[in-house]
Design a binder for this molecule. Structure first.
Ligand code: ATP
Ligand code: NMN
Ligand code: ZN
Length: 266
């Protein structure tokens, strides 16, 4: 695997975001750095478009607001609203390509000079550190020196690659071959076997970084939604701000908050 600048990008519903979604980024970055596999210059969370139509997918503006609350203290993970702003659902290959092209075009000064809101801060710094002439020389015909946007996912998303009709082989070739995967796995699960059994993944196995999460945390959005709908506590499974937002907007069947207006009516 060539050593280069990497942005790790997680796509998904984030309905609502959990601590595990955020931990994935931290675990992945540490692993890549300690094994000298590259330099992680940023992280991106890309919530999916409402048209994805998954059960319990609350409108994108809510999911974005919750992600903002959950990521208040992160200096390096940014939210890209791009997928949610398209006219319909976007395939992951297209999203990876869009984000990678936008970053590299920004670095080389091609097209739009205004950085998008999700551009990692370290990219802005990279740009100011390099002399423009060197940059042009570096990038001319040599994408090796640009930033690679890799797909960060959990082992369950990896295993969804085998669901018939869900991902096209052509998209998988590009995602794994040109971008690469960073898979966060759980102690006790065996994504290595899954990779071995998939011709496409096996062919590009050099491009798949498997990161074992030794501090198991089985929290998922489904579990938080279940607790919320039962009126039980989900505290310490995600950010307090996220839970307050869920209550405030009565998401996922949360009992409506008792407001001062209610008190005046009764
Ligand atoms: N506990 C976990 N361990 C490893 N990866 C996880 C975990 N929870 C979520 N992920 C990963 O986070 C990404 C976003 O997934 P998603 O939005 O479906 O979250 P989720 O918690 O699985 O939600 P849901 O329960 O609604 O499916 C995916 O790549 C998924 O594999
Ligand atoms: N063919 C594809 O590109 C493809 C297929 C299925 C899911 N996905 C993406 O994977 C993510 C899955 O999210 P969930 O785990 O919440 O269902 C979403 O961001 C979705 O857009 C992409
Ligand atoms: Zn899921």
């Amino acid at each position: 695997m060539s050593y280069g600048k990497i942005v790790i990008m997680a796509c998904g519903s984030f309905s609502p975001p959990t601590y595990m979604h955020l931990r994935m980024f931290e675990i992945a970055r540490d692993y890549i750095h300690t094994l000298n596999l590259g330099s992680v210059v940023g992280g991106l969370v890309c919530p999916v478009h409402d048209a994805y139509g998954k059960k319990d997918l609350v409108p994108a503006h809510h999911r974005i607001s919750m992600l903002k609350l959950a990521l208040r203290s992160s200096s390096w993970i940014k939210i890209s609203e791009w997928e949610t702003q398209q006219s319909g659902w976007t395939r992951t290959r297209v999203s990876l390509q869009y984000h990678q092209d936008t970053i590299n075009n920004y670095l080389t000064g091609v097209n739009d000079p205004d950085p998008p809101s999700w551009l990692p801060d370290d990219i802005l710094n990279l740009n100011s550190l390099d002399e423009p002439d060197n940059l042009m020389e570096k990038f001319n015909g040599n994408t090796q020196d640009g930033v690679t946007v890799k797909l960060l996912c959990g082992a369950d998303l990896l295993e969804s690659f085998a669901t018939p009709g869900l991902w096209s082989d052509e998209d998988l070739e590009t995602i794994v071959g040109r971008h690469g995967l960073v898979v966060v796995t759980r102690a006790g699960c065996d994504p290595g076997k899954f990779i071995y059994e998939s011709d496409i993944l096996y062919k590009h196995r050099k491009n798949v970084i498997l990161v074992t999460n030794y501090i198991a945390n089985e929290v998922s959005s489904t579990q938080i939604r279940r607790l919320v709908s039962r009126g039980e506590s989900a505290k310490y499974l995600t950010d307090d701000g996220v839970l307050a937002y869920v209550r405030q907007h009565s998401l996922y069947g949360a009992p409506r908050e008792h407001t001062e207006a209610d008190a005046r009516c009764s």
